[in-house]
Structures are given as structure tokens and as C-alpha cells.
Write a protein that binds this ligand. Sequence first.
Ligand SMILES: Cc1cc2nc3c(=O)[nH]c(=O)nc-3n(C[C@H](O)[C@H](O)[C@H](O)COP(=O)(O)OP(=O)(O)OC[C@H]3O[C@@H](n4cnc5c(N)ncnc54)[C@H](O)[C@@H]3O)c2cc1C
Length: 410
Amino acid sequence: MAAKNITVDIVIVGAGMVGLTLANLLAKQGKAIAIVDRSEVAAFKDHQQIESRVTAVSPGSQAIFEHVNAWSAMQAKRVSAFQHMHVWDEKGDSQIHFNANDLGRDNLGHIVENFVIQSSLHEVLQQQDKVEWLLPEHINKVIAFQDHAEVELDSGTVLSAKLVVGADGGRSTIRNLAEISYTEKSYQQTGLVALVESEHAHNNTAWQRFLSTGPLALLPINNGQEDNNVCSIVWSVSDDYADELMKLNEYEFADALTQASEMQLGNITLKSKCAAFPLISGQAERMVQARIALVGDAAHALHPLAGQGANLGFTDAAVLADVLQRSSTEWERDIGSLKVLRKYERARVGETKIMQSAMDAFVTAFGSSSGAMVSARNAALRTADSIQPVKKFFMKHAMGLSKSRPGYAR
Ligand SMILES: Cc1cc2nc3c(=O)[nH]c(=O)nc-3n(C[C@H](O)[C@H](O)[C@H](O)COP(=O)(O)OP(=O)(O)OC[C@H]3O[C@@H](n4cnc5c(N)ncnc54)[C@H](O)[C@@H]3O)c2cc1C
């Protein structure tokens, strides 16, 4: 790639699901943006096979995708609505069942392959003309000046902008170059992800069983048949147990999975290779500094048990886009100034910290086999299941439908 000097309003580093969501929102506002990623974004092909990495897209995140016309592009590929969620505990007899009807809605959310989300956002953004694509490219340096920032790429190209956004995931280079410290905690668990086929139909229900070895989620995928029985699993287990499971052949693995699911969907067979992800929680010391903002996993990483990590990132993108829009139109302020960026940070930091504490509490409470803890969590599940206002409160929050949601998520 020949070296160039490019001036835009905002540079976004990371063309993952969160970076591309932000890019679409900003492009729709008419801002000039440059997107840098170390990899190309692959195109979705006709008859593309189902991918095992999926996201439970909340209705709040769906509204953000609708706003930028990316939801219809996702629907045209493959999205799987789920109407129910069933959660139960390996020990004790309590369970909780969520039903979209209780909130007067058609569904609780959609299971969407990460590749469908990313490729659709990419497709839609390619129709915008004030977007510079720098893929694949590597970042060499970021320098923040008084009134702008410069990003120097390995190819020699220099990007100048009012603001640089790090949407480059858990190992964020922008966060490191900006010297923002990051606290990471390992859960000493591994998330095993695979596509499976079950003997019985999943009934458009997201199933989650809490085991003392960690939670198992079966996320329903609609493969266009009447009896849908394909699910993506996220099976969180201790690192040692993950090593044992990964050594099994596919039939032994499927057998262990069938037992772990308590045969809720009958016998299970594997439809894909199993991938393993280390499970960590991470939090950047701050989400912004002058000329720099972090979004998505670059700012915070969560245990996947509540399926909220990417949804938090989509909300970061919506809030940041809203703050930047108001900064340039209502307040007439420099969009990369610390004063403006702190408005974004203040709006996001509370929710991410609460979500992280909640995930830690869940992992501890549901990982314990002590009699007192088992009784307490069974009582908690029973109470939450029987008191409708409590249940509705949890549902609305998990679905990104709380009153405090940003404008783009309404
Ligand atoms: C097993 C598992 C299951 C999950 N399930 C769910 C779920 O159901 N729901 C949910 O909401 N969340 C879920 N999550 C969390 C979710 O996957 C992440 O929160 C989400 O992928 C983060 O997206 P991102 O765009 O911030 O980062 P990433 O997806 O990591 O994207 C980062 C992008 O930046 C690019 N990049 C990185 N470094 C550089 C660099 N130096 N220069 C240029 N480009 C760079 C990468 O190539 C990539 O394109 C799950 C996580 C795991 C591990």
C-alpha cells in the first residue's frame, strides 16, 4: 500500500462487530472516518455454512442495527429469534423460565453468527462515501496533539483526526499505545464453542444449565427447517476439565455434553470442531483520555455466561456516537476534547462495572457446591421465577430495554 496522508474526523481502529457498529453510526451522521484493521473483513457467501461463534443480540442492540439499516442485511442472511429462556441448576430443583409473551413481545432476542453481524455491517458501510478503508494495516504509533491526533501505520501512511477510537478488542494496541492500564482476571475457565445437533427440537429456547464445573448454554439456531435442532454451545468449564474434554473423540465429547445438558434436548451430536476460548474479565483503568476513546472489549471484557459482552460494546458505540453528534451540533465543541469524551465515559462506566460484578457473583455462586450456597441460589431462582415484577425487571435489563438506554437503541 503506498504511503498517504489522510485527514478525517475520526479514526476507528478495529473492524470487528463493535468498531463497525460505531463506524456505521458515525458515517450516517455524515462524519468522515478511517477504519484500520490488521485483517480484511471476509464477505458472506451464498450457502455460507453456519458458524459456531454467535452473539445473543438483545432487542436494544437490534434497534441500533436497524438505525443503520444493517438489521435487514443480517435478516437476509440468518438470524434466529428465541422466544424463551430456560435456566436451571445442576443441584436442587429450582429453575427459571423467561417468556417473551410476559413482556408482550415477539421474542427475547436473536442468536446471530458473529460473522453475519460483521459482514452485514461491513456491506452496509461500503455504501457510504466518506469512509477510508485501511485493511490490512498495522499501527505503529499514535500521537495526541493539542487539537488533533495522528496515527502512523506500518506502511508509512499517516492518519490525522480529531479523535482515535480503539475498537481493537481485548488485546487493544490503542489502549497500550495510549498507556491506559488494564486489569485482567482469569476465571481459570475455558469456553468451549461448537455447533451441535440435538435429538429433540430446541423450540426456539435458549437453554442454560448451571453446573458446579461452570455454565452450559445451548443457543438455538434456526436452520430453516420445521423441527429446528441445531444449537451453538458455550460450555464454560475449568481449564483442567477443558483439557480433558478436548482430548476426547467427537462421540465421547458429544456423550459428555449430552450428560451435562441432562438430556434436556435428548442425545447431542457434534456438527463442527470445538473451539476453546480462555475466559477472563478485563477492565481498562479509563475509557477515554484526550483524543482517545475505547469501546467494546478494548474497554471491558466479560464472562460470556449472560451473553452481554458484545451487547455492552454495541451500547458503547451508540452512546459515543450520540455524544459526538451532540458535541458537534448542540455544544459546538471539539469532538476529541477530554470534556466531551468524559460525557461518554460517565454514561458507560457504571453499567460495565455493575455487569462485571454481577458476572463475578454468578460465577462464584453457581460454581460452589456448598450446601448453604446451593440452598441460597435455589431460593433465589425460585423467588425470581415467581415474582413477576422482579422477573420482568431482569428481562428488560438483559434485553437492553431499560429506561436509561441510549437514543439509538430505542
Ligand atoms: C465463548 C464466547 C461467547 C460469547 N458470547 C457472547 C454473546 O452471546 N453475547 C454477547 O453479547 N457477547 C458474547 N461474547 C463476547 C463477545 O464475543 C465480545 O464482547 C465481542 O466479540 C467484542 O467485540 P469487539 O468488536 O469489541 O472486539 P473483537 O471482536 O475482538 O474485534 C477486534 C477487531 O480489532 C482488530 N484488531 C485487533 N488488534 C488490532 C491492531 N493492532 N490493529 C488493527 N486491528 C486490530 C481485530 O482484527 C478485530 O477485527 C462471547 C465471548 C466469548 C469468548
